[in-house]
Design a protein around this ligand. Structure first.
Ligand code: NVA
Length: 283
């Protein structure tokens, strides 16, 4: 039984295969989420947190692959509130060909995987966001070339999106350059873990140093879902980490700007960078 909870659940060859499959016409991929008689298999899409891109892309993808998506809000299943995570996993495995969940605690999606008899996909947890990283890698390769030749700067919080992106960049032999305030950065063990995956890893508390010469610059909100109570302190600590035109001028000429969204113009990114000619955010 294979699950996709973290990017590191995939081998390098499997990541490359995903990237290759993503370039194909969906109609050419067959209907892997349909039974042999054509009946769609269910795909449970459970969201404890809001979603725009992940929900829509997943629903459309499930249909394109021959399945039937069932969108469910977290409170409807009530992980460990209405029922245990394990009971939910065992029941849902009977209805569906795949379970996917966006959760506050990574341990919930990990426990789903332990008890499910069908594959489980992490659609964002506090630890990681592997689907975002795969999509970002596709965009980077389309607009900047193979990851193995790129330096990707991450400016801001070393969060779920950063961790998955760093894993993907390292596995594909690129350079990840983290520019994060201390206490919101990758600790020494995490830097060593990333370095062991391949590629190269740099980190600096100076966003200017981290972005120097980068081919792609990526950032995210300073306040992730579930961290709302920390808003005031986070806004203060991260105020020097806004990706604006002056910071972007230190990256490589024509460096691409990326953001997983939702974005906050005037906080983690200035409006002119977000909406500027080198932004590939929407793509
Ligand atoms: N780091 C953000 C990503 C949103 C797609 C969050 O977890 O809220």
């Amino acid at each position: 039984m294979r699950h996709l909870l973290n990017i590191t659940d995939l081998t390098v060859d499997e990541i490359k295969l995903v990237l290759e499959l993503s370039q194909r016409d969906p109609a050419s991929l067959g209907r892997p989420l349909a039974e042999s008689d054509g009946t769609p298999k269910g795909a449970a899409l459970i969201f404890e947190k809001p979603s725009n891109r992940t929900r829509h892309s997943m629903e459309i993808a499930v249909v394109q692959l021959g399945g039937h998506p069932v969108y469910t809000r977290g409170e409807e299943v009530g992980f460990d509130v209405r029922e245990s995570v394990e009971d939910i996993a065992r029941i849902m495995s009977g209805y569906h060909g795949v379970l996917a969940a966006r959760v506050f605690k990574h341990s919930v999606v990990a426990r789903l995987a332990m008890s499910s008899t069908v594959p489980v996909i992490n659609m964002l947890s506090d630890l990681s966001h592997p689907l975002q990283a795969l999509a970002d890698i596709i965009t980077m390769e389309e607009h900047a070339g193979p990851i193995s030749g790129l330096t990707v700067a991450w400016i801001g919080d070393y969060n779920n999106v950063a961790r998955s992106l760093a894993e993907a960049v390292c596995l594909l032999g690129g350079t990840i350059s983290l520019g994060c305030p201390s206490a919101y950065d990758a600790d020494d063990d995490e830097l060593a873990r990333l370095a062991s995956l391949g590629g190269a890893v740099r980190q600096s508390a100076s966003p200017q140093e981290a972005i120097a010469g980068a081919d792609v610059v990526h950032t995210d909100t300073w306040i992730s879902m579930g961290q709302e109570e920390e808003s005031a302190i986070r806004r203060k600590i991260f105020s020097k980490y806004c990706v604006d035109a002056s910071l972007m001028s230190l990256a490589a000429p024509n460096a691409k700007f990326m953001h997983c969204m939702p974005a906050h113009r005037g906080e983690e990114v200035s409006a002119d960078v977000f909406d500027g000619p080198n932004s590939v955010v929407i793509q």
